[in-house]
Design a protein around this ligand. Sequence first.
Ligand code: NAD
Length: 276
Amino acid sequence: MALKGKVALITGAASGIGAATARRLAADGAKVVINDIREDGLKETASSLPAGSVAAAVGDVTSVKDVERMVKTALEFGGRLDILVNSAGIDPPERETDINLALELWHKILEVNLTGPFLTMRLAIPRMIQGGGGSVINISSLSGIRYIASRAAYTASKAGLIALTQEAAVEHGPMKVRCNVICPGPVRTPLFEKNTRPLAEAMGKDPEWVFEKFTSFSPLRRIGEPEEIAAICSFLAGDDSSLLTGAVLVADGGTSLLDANGLAISSYLRDRRGQV
Ligand SMILES: NC(=O)c1ccc[n+]([C@@H]2O[C@H](COP(=O)([O-])OP(=O)(O)OC[C@H]3O[C@@H](n4cnc5c(N)ncnc54)[C@H](O)[C@@H]3O)[C@@H](O)[C@H]2O)c1
């Protein structure tokens, strides 16, 4: 019960990492206010949590009015606000060839993935300061620090989120608000499954097969689970991480340690061995 007495606002909590984080923080004793744009999914997450530990605030993280309502819900429900987890995000395919549609998509992705956390932080951090401090946890991505094919806006939004987190860490550190960012590699969630499904179908396989192939060079040789990211959120939310701020925690099974040149030569050698 490391988070007993604390109140958390978690965005994107109808699904995947956000839902797992809501369950974990509630299990650790926090009161959680869960947000998502999808009311049905939010209800499902709420029903998996102990009564009395959860309040829901349906809304869009890109709307000032909606974010104001989320913060108000947290204050009314828990009397304070200590923890903010920004997990709401989108990652649609970015292969649009028409420039106007491509620009529209660019704005949409930047708006949800970067403007959303900017807004929630702008409105939540003053409340944390009033309560004596707090912890902001932003969910960026491995793509914020490493190349990912055909994902210009997603990559830019996630790199921007790292910069935004570190700027806030410096600005609000003196007021005891810590701001840290997690960069997950592939994690088994509806978002990742949706992105891998077209490839799986084209190959006549199921998404599990793609997950396995996708992570076959990774040192841990497996995809991450949402509960593993939730566990890092729990650590960052609590006092055990009291000296961490502005930290970028890469949770990718070690994939980012790999050297592309080394991989190229080893796969070339592997192919040659296969030919012999
Ligand atoms: N799954 C992965 O492999 C992976 C890897 C790296 C980073 N991430 C990041 O983790 C975060 C969570 O992703 P996930 O995999 O759990 O995805 P998910 O699709 O399962 O969950 C994201 C949730 O955000 C909600 N959402 C979208 N737009 C919103 C808005 N405008 N306002 C409020 N809610 C909104 C969706 O309805 C959804 O429930 C995202 O920011 C994503 O970019 C995911």
